[in-house]
Design a protein around this ligand. Structure first.
Ligand code: MG
Length: 156
């Protein structure tokens, strides 16, 4: 668990960055506090298949930064080609563990890019780093945490 938090930190993402987005997603529907949102993000991060998905996503981004793939594939990833789509597909393996609210939240975050998601997107477009896979992972984590809070609290 500490390892995955440290890995996310090394790519510029803090748990608070994800929890803030989760809190914003849910605040119109229930009284979940920021602390509850942060706790739920940590619960999502405790699942081993989620950890493996995140590690794989970051490894793909880092490998593309180093130019380790065939030129065409490397180009698709580093330019975040909008027809590529495998970054979303990988992130959906996290979303799929948390039900349909997670799925609709994921689509919304992918389009609106609030907070750290937008920051990662901009860093990627400016070629500072490659975050093609990670930005979708953050969408998935925030969307999944919000979905689980909705199911826990019900709609009020
Ligand atoms: Mg992406």
């Amino acid at each position: 668990m500490n390892n995955i938090v440290a890995k996310l930190n090394s790519r510029g993402v803090k748990i608070e960055d994800i929890a803030v987005i989760t809190h914003d997603l849910q605040k119109s529907y229930n009284n979940a506090t920021y602390e509850e949102c942060e706790q739920m993000v940590m619960e999502i991060l405790a699942k081993r298949e989620t950890i493996y998905t995140i590690l794989t996503a970051i490894a793909l981004d880092e490998s593309a930064e180093k130019g380790l793939f065939d030129e065409e594939v490397n180009q698709l990833i580093t330019t975040d080609n909008s027809l590529y789509g495998l970054d979303e597909i990988l992130a959906l393996s996290i979303v799929n563990l948390s039900g349909s609210i997670a799925l609709t939240n994921f689509g919304y975050l992918d389009k609106s890019k609030p907070g750290i998601i937008g920051k990662l997107d901009r860093e990627g477009k400016q070629k500072i780093k490659c975050h093609t896979f990670l930005d979708d992972i953050i969408c998935a984590l925030a969307a999944s945490a919000a979905s689980r809070i909705a199911h826990k609290k019900g709609i009020q």
